[in-house]
Write a protein that binds this ligand. Structure first.
Ligand SMILES: Nc1ncnc2c1ncn2[C@@H]1O[C@H](COP(=O)(O)OP(=O)(O)O)[C@@H](O)[C@H]1O
Ligand SMILES: [Mg+2]
Length: 276
């Protein structure tokens, strides 16, 4: 399947706008904590084969949105689908099996397992059980294939020399790479990265960016939470801005920086405090 790089060229920069070939579609998604509307997304489509950045001030609801659509949390209302298949009520494990995976803002690699063992933990929700099953369950053939795949992924992410080390001994950046590598074990169509650049030293930042654009080159759709605007401008095909749980703007990266509504969302509190 070839992806048209100009597919979004004629799409209007309007919140909730339809895309020519959406792989993920979200409708009426709501999640409150106490009185706080953490997520309240009326309609959002993610174009297949793009890097879509999800940005917004702290507490905007970015991580909660990831939690909801990846099956790690349940919404109060709403529906969403992956390639036309509804995902309401589907567990995180099953969402991953259907081709949509996510990484975590705080990495979830298991410090006391080796890097290679972490790669075999495909079930992000219950790693211990799956690992035991994988190692002792007699799934020899599947296991051989998984080892082959894991070996290739560790090579791709420059982690081969760390394969037998405890994940706990990795640097922050290496841990992020491991998490992306691990997510790829299920051959996802959509990969959601929650601030993969956070805590990564500058030397590894370019390499990580290169890996992320590589995912798109391989035909994956990437949804990318990032706060560094230079990074967002550099690698995004499309940017979605969340504030107080809702999509307040979306468009090509160049349209976002000068958007008054976006500037106000980032600076709003300061403005208001100054006026008081
Ligand atoms: N488990 C939770 N319990 C209570 N409040 C939460 C929980 N998770 C998120 N929130 C609240 O929801 C809002 C959105 O949080 P979050 O999705 O983490 O934002 P972001 O990732 O954009 O910084 C915040 O007000 C946050 O405090
Ligand atoms: Mg977050």
């Amino acid at each position: 399947m070839t992806i048209d790089p100009n597919a979004l060229a004629d799409v209007a920069a309007v919140p909730g706008v339809a895309k020519p070939d959406p792989i993920v579609t979200i409708d009426g998604l709501e999640r409150s904590f106490g009185g706080v509307h953490a997520v309240n997304v009326d309609h959002l489509e993610i174009q297949r084969g793009t890097i879509t950045s999800l940005i917004g001030p702290n507490g905007a609801g970015k991580t909660t949105l990831f939690n909801l659509i990846s099956g790690f949390d349940e919404p109060d209302n709403g529906e969403w689908d992956l390639d036309g298949g509804g995902l309401v009520g589907i567990s995180a494990y099953q969402v991953a099996r259907r081709g949509m995976v996510r990484t975590f803002q705080l990495t979830k690699s298991l410090a006391r397992l080796t890097v290679m063992e972490n790669m075999h933990v495909a079930d992000q929700t219950n790693p211990g059980e799956t690992l035991r099953g994988a190692l002792f369950g007699g799934w020899r053939k599947a296991e051989d294939e998984a080892t082959e795949k894991a070996t290739a992924l560790l090579e791709r992410f420059g982690l081969t020399h760390m394969a037998d080390e405890f994940a706990g001994s990795l640097s922050g950046g290496q841990r992020k790479l491991l998490e992306v590598a691990r997510a790829l074990m299920v051959d996802p169509d959509v990969i959601m990265l929650d601030e993969p650049m956070a805590g990564v030293n500058p030397a590894l930042t370019q390499s990580l960016l290169h890996h992320i654009t590589g995912l798109r080159e391989d035909g994956m759709t990437v949804i990318f939470i990032e706060h560094d605007m230079d990074v967002v401008q550099e690698i995004s095909d499309w940017v979605v801005v969340l504030a107080e749980g809702s999509v307040i703007a979306e468009g090509p990266p160049a349209s976002i920086g000068s958007n008054e509504i976006v500037i106000d969302a980032y600076l709003g509190r300061t403005h208001r405090e100054e006026e008081e």
